[in-house]
Design a protein. Structure first.
Length: 71
């Protein structure tokens, strides 16, 4: 019985080690591919849209609230 537990423990540690190694390798490969892709295909900077007037946003919020409270 003791031999079976020992084999199970070895199998568990080996399996967890393989999974940990695979996930570590996956993280390294993803980080490297991200750096390579961004080097050759940089993100284009899009202009930031202008904010609407604050009073117009407040008026729209008030209108939405009053509409939903009446219906």
């Amino acid at each position: 019985m003791n031999h079976i537990l020992e084999q199970g423990l070895i199998l568990m540690v080996l399996g967890m080690g393989v999974v940990f190694a695979f996930l570590s390798l996956l993280v390294i490969i993803m980080n490297l591919s991200s750096k390579i892709i961004l080097r050759f295909f940089p993100e284009k900077e899009e202009p930031v849209p202008q904010q609407a007037d604050a009073s117009a946003e407040i008026a729209a919020a008030i209108a939405a609230v009053t509409y939903h409270t009446r219906h």
